[in-house]
Every structure is written in C-alpha cells, then in structure tokens.
Design a protein around this ligand. Sequence first.
Ligand code: ZN
Length: 225
Amino acid sequence: MYRRRLYPSAGLLASFWLACALYLPTAYGAEDAVGGFLQKLRQRVASNKYYWDTTILNQVDWKTQGQSVNGLPLIYWSCGDNSAANRSLVLSVVHGDEITPLYFGFRLVEYLKLHPEICKDKLIVIAPVVNPDGFLRYSTGTRTNFNKVDLNRNFDTPDWRTDAHRLWKSNHKSQRRYFPGDQPNSEPETKFQVWLINEFNPTYVMSVHAPLNFIDFDGPIGENA
Ligand SMILES: [Zn+2]
C-alpha cells in the first residue's frame, strides 16, 4: 500500500484506518472492478458535460459475466421471477459512440428498483453498457469495441460466413466502423450478449440504439410490445 509521509492528527489517523478496514475486504474482488468502472463512467459524464444525474451510476446489485477486451466488467442487473413466461432483455450501448442509451439503461434499472411491482410475474434483465471500451475510448467514444469490431455485425448468424464481409465491402465501403470481425462471435462483448440470451431465454429483446443522439424506437407499440 502506498503511504505518503505526513503527520496527521489522531482523528485523521483513526479515519484512515477505518477507511482501510472498510475498503480492504472488497479491494481485489469483482465488486471493486465494478466500482472502478462506474467511477470511470461518472468521470466521463462529468468531463463531457452531459449534465446527467450520476446517482444512477450506483454500485448496487450488479452481476458480471466476463470482461471486455480491455478488461472492464460486463455488467447486468435483473429483477422479477426467473420462471416467469414474460421475459425481457434490454441491451444498451452496443455502439459506444451512441451516448444516450447509457443514461437510458442505468436510469431504467433505478426506475425498476423504485417500482418493483413492475417486475412482478416477469423477468427483466438489463445490460446497460454492453460495449464499455467503446463508450470510454477516445474523448467521445467509438462505435466499435476495443478490437474495432462492430458488435452488431459480429453475431454468428446463418449468413455470416457467406454475407458479412461481402456486405461490409459493398454496403459500407469497408469502413472500419462497420467491420463484422474476422470470425463470427469472436468478441467477448458479443459472447456476453449471446450468454444473456441463452441464460435467460427472453421472449422480448430490446437493443437500444441512438445514432442521432436520441432514442429511436422502431418496434411495435401496444400491450404485447
Ligand atoms: Zn447503434
């Protein structure tokens, strides 16, 4: 542990040891990795002046499933009944330069914590930041992950091997921001999404995108949506 040379008062010294005693049990655990990650997000929100209420970036009840390419935790939260027939999965920030879905994902978790009756007889799983490296990269984030792969084009679909690279060249002129990867399902953030789908078997999947910096809902509307 790093210690500065200083001569604190007895009160300060007591506070220091108390802080250490509270801190050390989780110092090297997954919880600490999540805490450090949330702190990075709060710093990004402050430095880019998004003017969000950063209390939504709370270190409460997060579960993790693996890490991003650059070692950040891949987090999710769930509420409700794991045997329910109505099962929803919300994926946010698949593209790291689409900023508002981060607020949407974390805010939705806080809203459901305040209104647990919404989760009754349902299962709701939320992964508020699927692509943490992309969100934190450079000064304003990047669409792709740390390997510069477009996670939305990296799923192992039946036509990936025949069409993914062909369409990338013809439709997107081989722009790196649409690169589907050298292989399907090659990225940990893609595997994270596949794991969530296999683990929770959702009846609804909502992937939140905002390429124009507002939430674009192009799904069905109504009771069964
Ligand atoms: Zn997108």
